[in-house]
Design a protein around this ligand. Structure first.
Ligand SMILES: Cc1cc2nc3c(=O)[nH]c(=O)nc-3n(C[C@H](O)[C@H](O)[C@H](O)COP(=O)(O)OP(=O)(O)OC[C@H]3O[C@@H](n4cnc5c(N)ncnc54)[C@H](O)[C@@H]3O)c2cc1C
Length: 369
């Protein structure tokens, strides 16, 4: 029987484990935390409110194949993903769409008028080289100052002109009235939560999960020879002993407050581009649709220290990662290879669906060979 060693139980590690197990492989999965599901982990807090412990996770995808695959492990509810930005005491819809503009100016416009406004405002740049240029090219200075600039500085701790345009390119701009936060075709949420879904993914006689067990690089090198394949979804720089230095990550401090109200804010997420030290408040109950008394709000404070959450895409970090990538490719070429998969291992911000799809495809390719 072929054997695989998997490090990490987030979307990358869990999806790989399941596909391998179904193909008859024996899988040993090691997870350093005391729970599965990686950053998608959710649980009931001390007031019995279901919360997302590592920031809100809005499942969205264009892939019906992925929805079908995950539907073996969960039922779904619709994902009501709406976000407002607090500007001058008003809740303004984001991402930028026609109703954002109407809320700001207090006057109803047509799509054509909005288009004309944007054309007048845009500071055109053919190939933006940083996030500031990208935003100015997309919406112009007025909306950039109101909605993007302050938020980006708080979120990343650096000026937008120091950040790669890839960070803000992910944000849609809509000329219509569509106020939904994501743009993908399927916007859904696991009915019983993410942890329950991951539990079902990992529920297979060929999968052995060991929690509270961090595998460091020397453990992995020693164990690797007992396995036909190793999949690593931890940080790439740590794996190589920080040979080229630490890759920069932005972290978050989560502060939780419970309120004796059914709902506290008008939608799941409020962004604060100007006021307060926190960037956003999240009331996930709007999406989980949990019927319970009271509600829990999470305040997110960005910081440098702590769990690595978001790769900081500066030129410096990307150059460093390119060097690590050469080491990764060497590992991949070995007879019983180590595959680096996931947001930490590939130093890239991926949404869950992207990682699920990549993990499933990667393993299927290996099995096909
Ligand atoms: C604040 C925040 C909000 C997000 N919101 C969304 C969203 O709304 N929608 C969306 O689609 N995506 C969202 N994401 C992205 C999503 O979390 C990732 O796409 C997904 O978690 C990536 O899966 P992964 O398996 O690569 O990594 P992770 O989920 O991080 O899993 C990696 C696992 O490996 C474990 N591990 C690491 N090193 C070791 C080791 N040496 N030994 C043992 N275990 C180890 C870690 O403990 C972790 O559990 C968000 C991310 C963050 C940070």
């Amino acid at each position: 029987m072929d054997k695989a060693l998997v490090i990490g139980s987030g979307p990358a590690g869990s999806a790989c484990s399941r596909i391998l197990a179904e193909a008859g492989w024996k899988v040993d999965l090691f997870e350093k935390r005391n729970h599965i599901a990686g950053n998608c982990f959710d649980e009931y807090d001390e007031n019995s409110v279901l919360v997302h412990r590592y920031g809100p996770h809005y499942f969205r995808t264009d892939s019906i194949e992925l929805v079908k695959w995950l539907s073996k492990f969960t039922h779904w509810i619709p994902g009501h993903y709406y976000v407002r930005s607090m500007v001058d005491g008003k809740f303004i819809p984001v991402p930028v769409n026609l109703s954002t503009f109407v809320s700001l100016i207090g006057k109803v416009l047509t799509e054509d008028e909005f288009k004309t406004y944007l054309e007048e405002q845009r500071i055109t740049c053919q190939n933006p080289i940083n996030a500031e240029e990208q935003c100015l090219d997309m919406v112009g200075k007025e909306l950039y100052d109101l909605l993007f600039k302050g938020y980006t500085i708080k979120q990343w701790g650096i000026e937008p002109y120091e950040l790669s345009p890839a960070v803000t390119e992910r944000l849609p701009l809509r000329l219509n009235w569509d106020e939904r936060y994501p743009s993908e075709k399927y916007q859904i949420m696991p009915k019983d939560g993410y942890t329950a879904m991951f539990n079902n993914i990992l529920q297979h006689p060929n999968i052995h999960v060991e929690l509270n067990h961090e595998l460091n690089p020397s453990d992995i090198s020693k164990m690797q020879n007992n396995y036909d394949l190793t999949i690593y979804s931890g940080p790439v720089d740590a794996f190589f002993g920080f040979e080229y230095g630490k890759l920069g990550y932005r972290s978050l401090r989560f502060v939780w407050k419970h309120f004796a109200e059914t709902y506290r804010q008008p939608c799941v997420q409020i962004n604060y581009p100007h006021k307060y030290r926190y960037t956003r408040t999240v009331e996930i109950k709007h999406v989980t649709e949990q019927m319970c008394q009271g509600t829990t709000i999470c305040y997110e404070y960005p910081q440098d220290e702590g769990e690595p959450f978001y790769p900081i895409l500066t030129g410096d970090n990307l150059q460093k990662y390119d060097k690590y990538k050469l080491l990764v490719n060497k590992e991949k070429a070995k007879r019983n290879p180590i595959l680096f998969l996931g947001r930490l291992a590939e130093y890239k911000y991926f949404n869950m669906d992207q990682i699920f799809i990549k993990a499933i495809q990667t393993v299927k390719n290996i099995l096909g060979k």
